[in-house]
Design a protein around this ligand. Structure first.
Ligand code: GLU
Length: 420
């Protein structure tokens, strides 16, 4: 489950995503009509989900499912449970999924779902009823060859299991390929749970090589201590990095001599909260401005903005969260020579291993952990080099380059299908 840090200004996320997609399509030589097609999801479903709460009352929740574009193949992307989910955010996130799938070259278009709810305030049985209710509400639109959900912020393998079970009951046959991020015993893949963090790690290694820096001994700050941030801290520490800062939704911990990551992982709750156990904390804002070699925003959107971009001291920023750096901040940082590995590249490990999970479900044949890890590495290293080369050859920032690489396949597929 992901940690959520401070409330983001989500309304601007869709607009800024559209802007970069438009720039990318122009650079690729497409006419405005291609942008008209790709600026919004082709399908957007809003559902109301009545759920019997433990006290006997009925509460009605709002849910969304966006399918950005299905020219390449079925749509794919996670479902988030969060009180601040909005229609615009889900739309933008579905566009990001199209970009991620294009960047790592997996045969999907982007999709995304969300339910406006606070899982931290709900019991297990309430969460189960909500998860099953959501699947019943969207069942006509989704499926293993149509749209394949997965975990996202505050959803996990248990929720995927309930959803898979509900879908299989509706269809009256076992449908493991309906959803990814399942527990291993229900057709999940080795390496899926750590996949986002592994993808980020591979990007960090490649970015460090590019800056002629070693990972061993590098000072790293990670904002967020949920699924991505927590696993990432563990993996990086094992590889010799010095984790000097972490944070959760409420505060941050910083120690220039390095934090005891094993202890913090043991103490955090399932939402990634741990700072409440400490007296000496700093704010998330302060954490971002502390000196370090590598900064990994792994929480929520709009954390690095034009207000604080000048104060960031990292040499490399690897975006494990979706949309942590605004366009203005990207410009400021790129001009200062900071290497930004953009979200749509850095966080593509999750959907990559989800693709492997789906392939294994379709085959009914399962791969070893080593096989999954090697296949993931190949895809992410290739994607990283592709984005960096595009940035260098077009003399553009890495975000625009990633969007160019990411949108190309969907645009081409839409053209070949005769849509545009
Ligand atoms: N929610 C994850 C993401 O945003 C994973 C999506 C998936 O595995 O389909 O990339």
């Amino acid at each position: 489950m992901g940690a959520v840090v401070e409330k983001g200004k989500e309304s601007s996320v869709l607009v800024s995503t559209q802007h970069v997609v438009q720039q990318a399509l122009r650079k690729l030589g497409y006419k405005e009509e291609m942008y008209e097609l790709l600026k919004e999801p082709v399908r957007m479903l809003t559902v109301r989900i009545p759920v019997r709460m433990d006290n006997g009352d009925i509460k009605v929740f709002t849910g969304y499912r966006a399918q950005h574009n299905d020219a390449v193949g079925p749509t794919k992307g996670g479902i988030r449970f969060h009180p601040e989910v909005t229609e615009d955010e889900v739309k933008a996130l579905s566009m990001w999924m199209t970009l991620k799938c294009g960047i790592v070259n997996v045969p999907y278009g982007g999709g995304k779902g969300g339910i406006v709810c606070d899982p931290r305030q709900m019991s297990f049985p309430e969460l189960e009823r909500l998860s099953r209710g959501y699947v019943r509400a969207i069942s006509q639109l989704v499926g293993p060859t149509k749209d394949i959900p997965a975990p996202d912020v505050f959803t996990n393998s248990q929720i995927m299991a309930w959803m898979m079970d509900e879908y299989s009951r509706i269809r009256e046959f076992d449908s493991p390929g309906f959803i990814t991020g399942k527990p291993l015993v229900l057709g999940g893949s080795h390496g899926r749970e750590m996949a986002t963090a592994m993808g980020v790690t591979i990007c960090i290694e490649e970015a460090a090589k590019k800056k002629q820096m070693g990972l061993a001994g590098a000072n790293v700050i990670i904002q967020g201590f949920g699924n991505a941030g927590g696993y990432l801290a563990k993996i990086l520490k094992e590889r010799g990095a010095n984790i000097i800062g972490i944070s959760d939704a409420y505060a941050a911990l910083f120690d220039e001599n390095g934090l005891d990551i094993d202890y913090l992982l043991e103490k955090r709750d399932s939402f990634g909260t741990v700072t409440n156990l400490f007296k000496q904390t700093i704010t998330n804002k302060e954490l971002l401005q502390r000196p370090c070699d590598i900064l990994v925003p792994a929480a929520i959107a709009n954390q690095i903005t034009r207000e604080n971009a000048h104060d960031i001291q990292a040499k490399i920023i690897v975006e494990a969260a979706n949309g942590p750096t605004t366009m203005e901040a990207t410009k400021i940082l790129s001009e200062r020579g900071v290497l930004i590995v953009p979200d749509v590249l850095a966080s593509s490990g999750g959907v990559t291993v989800s693709y492997f999970e789906w392939v294994q479900n379709n085959l009914g044949y399962y791969w070893s952990e080593e096989e999954v890890a090697e296949k993931l590495r190949n895809k992410v290293v290739h994607a990283f080099n592709n984005v960096i080369q595009t940035a260098e050859s077009h003399k553009i920032d890495t975000r625009l380059a990633a969007y160019m690489v990411g949108v190309r396949k969907t645009a081409e597929a839409s053209r070949f299908r005769g849509w545009i």
